[in-house]
Each structure stands twice: as C-alpha cells, then as structure tokens.
Design a protein around this ligand. Structure first.
Ligand code: MN
Length: 416
C-alpha cells in the first residue's frame, strides 16, 4: 500500500499519523466553538459536519450534525465507506479545493469523546501480559488459567468511566488488604494498561443489536480502532478480584485516543493469527487476517521530561477482535453499535516490552528509571501517561494521535 497524496499541508509527510490513507474520525472543539465531528488530515482536521451542511458530503440524510459518531455507527458499514470515499475525493491531490474553508488547524483543538459509548468490555487477550500477571499473582505453574487457550476471557466494564485523551484521572480510593484487616485508602499501586480498543458498528443498516455473531460476520461489525489506557489500581485489584474478577480497581477511568482509525484504514495492516498449539472450538476458529500490526509505545512524562518506558507490537495479541465479538455474543448477549471492547494489556516477550507498570517493575520489585532522574514502581501524582501507536505502510504511517492522561491527587474520601 502506497501513500495517497493530498493537497492538505502536512498530509504527505512520512512522520504524520494522519495521511489521506488514514482519515480517522473524532469530535473536536475549536477555540470558542461548539464541538463537531471531524476527520484528521495532516496538520488539519476537516469539519465534516460543516461540509455535510454545505452539501459537500451526502450520506442520505444529516448524520454528522450531533458531535457524536454513533449515528454513523448505527447507519451501517456502507455509510461509513461512502463517507470515506467522499472525504478522500475532497482531499486528494488534484481535487478542487472546495473543502478548504472547512479545514481547521489541528493545533489549538481540544477533544471530546468521539462517540457515546454504549457498553465497555475489557478482554485479556495478551498472552505475555496474562502470563506475567498470572506468574506474579499465582505462581509460574498456574500463570495462564485453564480456560485461557480456549476462549478470550474478559469482564464487563463501565461505559460511564470512559474518557477521551486529555482528561485528568484522580488517583482512586479503594479497599486494600492489610495485616490488621482491610482499610480504605488511596491506591498506592496505581497503574496504566496499554491496550487496543475496538469500536463496534452495525454491519448493515438493520444489523444491530443482535447475537450470536460468527467470527466471519464479526469482522464486518468492526467500525474502527482506538488506543485505550485501562487505568488500574493493582492493590485494590489484588484484594477484590477473587472470584468475580476486577471491579473497583478498573472503574476509575479508561482513556481512549481522540481519533478512531476506521476498519477501512486498518484493513491493509491486518495480519494472520498466531501459531496455535491448541485449536479453538469451531465457533472461535480463525477466519482470515484479523490481527492489527501496530507499533505501540508508552511514554511517561514527569516534570516536563518524557521517557518512553515501553515499546511493543499489537501482534502479541492472541485473540482477534472478531473472535472476542463472537465469544461475547455466543451466550445470546446482544452487541450494539457504539460498544467498546478493550483487547487486554499488550506486552511482548522481551525487556521493555511490558504494557503496565506492574510488569515493568515486576510487582514493585525493581525500579523503572526516568530521564529526569526519577524512579517509579507505580505512578505518582502528576505523571502523564501517553500511549502512541501506528501501522507502517510504504512511506507513510497510520496512527491515532496521543492517548494521554495525567494522574491527579485523590479526590474526596468515600464516606466523608
Ligand atoms: Mn485491561
């Protein structure tokens, strides 16, 4: 796949996350202006809401006027593909510049959640992460639970806790175990998780909600992808997670990138499944290339100095999103347009490839060194965590922009 050239400044630069091949979707807030649906292109965004109102984009009725991409998710994949084709035609090299007056410089914009999240489910599909955490919590003999090779396991999270990049996240209070019995305290082991998120759309105009969905059909339900930081209080998690899994330890906040990279933009970067020693049951059998190939990194900013503390690849996921969707809906659980699925933390096998502080500090037994001279076992108040990711084509890349959040001091003590 080669670069699709655009007349918009910055769009043909090899280093941009936002060439014409990408056209990710978000909701931007211009200085002093109301929020609006937009697509990122080079150093700018196209105000697609205004372009639709002016008649430059035609989707069979107004779908972009609500500062929320849910209507497009519900309208079906054909509408999303039509939008992409129309925006590409407006912005490609050689096009007349009728869309120029709807471009906004990206600098100075802030972001809102790109869509009203219907439901949030977080999976645990990173094999190295699951092995590392299992080794720390249960010992190396029981690292992977017996179900892990047979299905993508997960838990139902809270849509209400999903925030967009740029939001501060208060250190949570929680119940912690101790020698003298449990106590209510501020989490001392507050952590990030490097994850890929998948946003569901309807496969066709009449397609959602429904269940069950096969792996093959599920590929068509993928609207797009986001970067996702599943903030986690490890001390709360350790005390609460048996037998029902994580609860308050994961409920503080989940940060997503401002931009959704669409299924069409990601399609050239989907790769084959891992080599499996254990074949999944037929309803979870791999069906085609479904594993995004993204370079991922985590940066920790403290006192204005940023250190990249982890670099890895989304190729370390063991289950694909279509497999997660197929399993999630296998019980009859209806899936809806606007659902958000987290992949689970992505870690690789080597040093510096771990997508959480829990693993980087190996349960706080070693320190992560920062370029400002600081040392961390877990996150401190004031730390800014930035996830970045991109796929690489021939002379261009497709990325998400920064998925960032800053740890703020704990808020009000529960119970007063
Ligand atoms: Mn997670």
């Amino acid at each position: 796949m080669t670069l699709l050239r655009s007349w918009v400044p910055g769009a043909n630069d090899a280093g941009t996350d936002f060439p014409l091949n990408n056209l990710p979707l978000g909701v931007v807030v211009p200085p002093g202006g109301p929020p609006r649906c937009a697509a990122a292109i080079g150093d700018h965004v196209l105000d697609v809401a205004a372009a639709e109102a002016a008649g430059l984009i035609e989707l069979g009725g107004p779908l972009l006027d609500r500062a929320d991409w849910r209507p497009v998710m519900e309208a079906g994949a054909e509408v999303r593909r039509s939008l992409r084709a129309q925006v590409t035609a407006l912005l490609e090299e050689g096009a007349d510049r009728a869309a120029e007056r709807f471009l906004l410089p990206r600098a100075g914009l802030t972001y809102q959640l790109p869509f009203a999240v219907a439901e949030f489910t977080d999976f645990y599909a990173g094999r190295h992460h699951a092995t590392n955490v299992g080794t720390m919590f249960r010992g190396p003999e029981n690292a992977l639970p017996p179900n892990w090779d047979h299905m993508p396991i997960g838990y139902n999270g809270r849509a209400s806790s999903v925030v967009v990049s740029g939001h501060g996240v208060h250190r949570p209070w929680g119940q912690l175990a101790g020698g003298d019995g449990p106590r209510l305290a501020q989490s001392e082991r507050f952590d990030f998780e490097l994850e890929l998120g998948c946003v569901l759309g309807a496969p066709s105009a009449a397609g959602m909600p429904r269940a069950p969905i096969s792996v093959a059909e599920a590929a068509d339900c993928v609207f797009g992808y986001v970067l996702l930081n599943d903030w986690s209080a490890r001390d709360v998690q350790r005390w609460e997670y048996v037998p029902l899994g994580p609860f308050q330890s994961k409920a503080t906040a989940t940060t997503i990138s401002p931009w959704i990279v669409t299924a069409e933009a990601m399609a050239p970067f989907l790769g084959p499944p891992p080599e499996r020693a254990v074949a999944p049951l037929p309803y979870l059998a791999d069906a085609g290339d479904a594993f995004p190939d993204l370079s991922l990194e985590v940066a920790l900013g403290a006192r204005e100095v940023e250190t990249v503390i982890a670099r890895t690849s989304s190729r370390h996921l063991w289950w694909s999103f279509p497999q997660m969707i197929a399993h999630h809906s296998s019980s009859g659980c209806p899936m809806r347009a606007g659902d958000l699925l987290g992949s689970g933390t992505i870690s690789g096998p080597d040093d510096g490839e771990q997508g959480s502080m829990l693993e980087l500090s190996w349960g706080a037994t070693r320190e992560v060194l920062l370029e400002d001279g600081g040392r961390r076992r877990f996150l401190k108040d004031g730390d800014r965590v930035v996830l970045r990711g991109h796929a690489r084509g021939d002379g261009y890349r497709v990325g998400f922009g920064d998925c960032a959040g800053t740890v703020l001091p704990a808020g009000e003590r529960p119970g007063g």
